[in-house]
Design a protein around this ligand. Sequence first.
Ligand code: ITT
Length: 197
Amino acid sequence: MRILFATGNENKIAEAREVFEPLGHTVEGLIIDGHRPNFDEPKDLGIEAVAEAKISQALALIEGSELQGSAILVEDSGIFLDAFPEWPGAESSDVERDIGLEGIIQRVNQSGERGTEYRAVAILSSENQVWKSQGVCRGTISNRPLGSNGFGYDPIFIPDEGDGRTFGELSNEVKNQISHRKKVMEGLSNLLKSPSR
Ligand code: ITT
């Protein structure tokens, strides 16, 4: 299946490829009139609502074009700090921009609670069928940013399933074995393989 991923984040595309390509699918960014489309995101309603909003807008955009009927993938994700329920969540990229990773570490230090998780919701739609999946990756927030691999919060995220290093320090290969994105994309690929399809 040729999957068009409606995202402006190249890292997400690379991570989705790692899961889908070994299964014989291709993944590329959705481009309309030469541009990655921008979507209205109801961030106050959470990542699942944002993913739902992205898929309906993406499907509306390709209706009537030569892309109609293509497999469209969307994903919304964020980091959730145990100390602050549902925060930053769907606002993760805005909060990262506004207070930075140091600002996050400061708040975590003040709270004394270092537990956290990445969550992702992905939706795939093809030929009037829709599949939805969720992925979670538990971890703790480090005392300082370490490493430059990955993106976003990776330099301060120490996955429980790792060896004590941050995702920023671990290779993309290791991240892609245990991350929320790996889990959410694997969930979708399992649904695609299931006999009910
Ligand atoms: P699209 O909406 O265009 O797909 P985006 O980067 O804006 O791309 P989101 O709205 O889903 O993506 O926001 C995800 C944010 O959550 C991202 O910018 C990071 O701040 C954080 N995040 C999610 N997954 C992450 C990961 O694997 N590593 C590091 N940070 C991540």
